[in-house]
Design a protein around this ligand. Structure first.
Ligand SMILES: Cc1cc2nc3c(=O)[nH]c(=O)nc-3n(C[C@H](O)[C@H](O)[C@H](O)COP(=O)(O)OP(=O)(O)OC[C@H]3O[C@@H](n4cnc5c(N)ncnc54)[C@H](O)[C@@H]3O)c2cc1C
Length: 511
């Protein structure tokens, strides 16, 4: 009886943080704090999640830094972040022994298949145990979206609402626990130019971008040498929710820059922010995008068991194509690379090496600090030619090297085995029998570029010409396609009307 009474006294609202590690513009936190009960803000480290093939140590590093920042931040609002480890339902059950849970407030997460299932189980557990699970929209990704045609308007409406303030929260007595874990993670730490988690750091990147770094954003974003400084670099801060997209958009709006270049940069930057949610919406609408070809006719295209020699060479930056290897080695060390080079790495794996995207996509996910399933899997499929609605883009790594690194600075830095070659020689490596002194440690090209590209193009087009292919493709456009058609390096999704025309005329592009 005594125990029952004391339990009733401790009624709490739980705020469950997932990939929304911030305190401002956070609807669940704000709403939970409005109530009459103390707030229990919690992050649960779930070992089963971190065992998934797409999870990696560098993701945890960034998460941990974000949690430490969030803990300090929340303590200034009234109650510091509580940290727990284990299976989510067991953690909630334990809390139920200590407290009466009024409700669990959280964001809807557009994550991998594992988190989709986990969230379903939490909903079921809540219903079964009479605990309200209140899930809030995350950025402008809309759960149960009825009609893609109306998505952009709904996004505009969401983005135009005021930023949600940080609330004051009523504290409670609870052991916070140290933010530390002891499991074997996949992959290693970022070595160079590490980005440190926490909203404050995200704001610093954003400010420096708008104070000058971003002046040549449009021009420099494609070069791996220049993009590191010229791009905003806020991707991990968005992926882990240290910043909300709405906060970033508001920052851009409130800091009007008259400088012509910066106006142009802001425009391109804002479209990319829209792409983030556009892609996230695709995964939200169809979580099988992580697991199956969007256009199912491509399922039998490549063997699901990858050629391990080719896969390892690609993963380790030892393909014998200097620009590909330089990009991969840079990514492994820094946890980041620019969009064009991500696209080239993926295209090279999927077309020239003819590897199934599921395995190579996971390898890239492990290397990206900013891994965000909502952007990643739709992009991986797009660069592998399996969506059925995008132009086939086969990046030529030799051409990319010449275009983006004509003086070979980037290649020489990351593939020092080739330092002794002249620029002309450098850009010939991989193009055939070079008869150059490559140095014994640098491998010969693992494939013949021209014939591999030709083979891939023919195979993909053979599928695209199959009976019924276009009908299915049009259904995909209807469900997932962008209703805008402005940008070249975006999606090439088009409206249904222009789609028929395009699919007949379309050629593959070699970049
Ligand atoms: C195969 C492949 C996988 C990718 N995987 C991821 C991923 O896991 N996580 C991730 O954040 N981005 C991913 N991208 C998109 C893009 O490369 C990165 O968002 C960008 O390089 C991050 O650097 P930035 O923050 O300086 O970007 P900026 O150019 O400054 O752009 C600002 C923000 O807009 C969004 N954005 C930029 N480009 C794109 C794009 N093409 N599609 C969707 N959103 C975009 C990002 O949130 C980014 O932080 C992937 C691209 C490809 C080709």
């Amino acid at each position: 009886m005594k125990r029952e009474l004391s339990r009733k006294k401790n009624i709490v609202n739980i705020v469950w943080f997932k990939k929304d590690l911030r305190s401002s513009d956070h609807a669940p936190l704000y709403e939970a704090a409005l109530g009459e009960y103390p707030v229990l803000p919690i992050y649960v480290f779930e070992p089963d999640y971190w065992k998934q093939e797409d999870a990696a140590f560098r993701h945890w590093e960034f998460t941990k830094q974000s949690l430490e920042f969030l803990r300090a931040d929340l303590s200034t609002l009234g109650q510091a972040l509580v940290f727990r480890k284990g299976k989510i339902l067991e953690v909630f059950e334990d809390l139920r022994k200590e407290f009466t849970i009024n409700a669990i407030y959280c964001h809807q997460e557009t994550g991998n298949a594992w988190t989709f299932e986990r969230d379903k189980s939490v909903r079921y557990w809540g219903r079964f145990n009479g605990v309200k699970i209140l899930e809030y929209q995350n950025n402008s990704i809309i759960r149960g979206l009825a009609d893609r045609d109306k998505w952009a308007a709904q996004r505009d409406k969401f983005m135009s609402k005021p930023i949600i303030e940080k609330p004051n929260i009523r504290p409670l007595e609870i052991d916070l626990a140290q933010i530390s874990v002891d499991i074997n993670f996949r992959g290693n730490s970022v070595k160079n130019n590490k980005q440190i988690g926490g909203a404050e750091n995200g704001w610093k990147y954003l400010e420096s971008f708008f104070q000058g770094r971003g002046n040549n954003y449009r021009k420099d974003m494609s070069s791996p040498l220049l993009a590191e400084a010229a791009c905003s670099r806020i991707s991990p801060y968005l992926a882990y929710g240290n910043l909300s997209v709405r906060e970033v958009l508001r920052f851009v709006r409130d800091n009007l820059y008259n400088d012509k270049k910066m106006v142009a940069s802001s425009k391109s930057f804002k479209s990319r922010l829209a792409w983030k949610d556009h892609f996230g919406q695709k995964l939200e609408d169809d979580f099988s995008i992580e697991m199956a070809c969007l256009h199912r006719s491509f399922e039998k295209l490549r063997s699901k068991t990858p050629d391990i020699t080719l896969l390892n060479a690609w993963e380790n930056g030892e393909t014998g194509f200097p620009f590909v290897d330089a990009c991969m080695r840079y990514l492994r060390k820094t946890g980041w690379i620019n969009f064009r080079m991500r696209a080239m790495l993926m295209s090279f794996a999927s077309y020239h090496l003819w590897l199934d995207w599921r395995k190579s996509g996971k390898i890239l996910a492990n290397f990206f600090t900013d891994y965000d399933p909502g952007i990643h899997w739709p992009q991986v499929q797009m660069q592998s030619g399996t969506t059925g609605i995008n132009a086939i883009r086969i990046y030529n790594p030799i051409k990319q090297g010449i275009d983006q690194d004509p003086q070979g600075f980037f290649i020489r830095k990351w593939v020092p085995e080739l330092c002794h070659l002249t620029n002309a020689e450098l850009h010939k490596v991989g193009t055939g029998p070079t008869r150059l002194n490559l140095g014994s440690s640098y491998p010969e090209a693992i494939i013949d570029l021209d014939s591999a590209g030709k083979y891939a193009r023919e195979k993909v087009w053979a599928v695209r010409r199959l009976d019924g292919f276009n009908n299915k493709a049009q259904d995909i456009v209807k469900k997932h396609g962008s209703r805008q058609n402005k940008s070249r390096d975006f999606v090439n999704d088009r409206s249904k009307a222009s789609f028929k025309l395009r699919i007949n005329r379309q050629k593959s592009f070699d970049f």
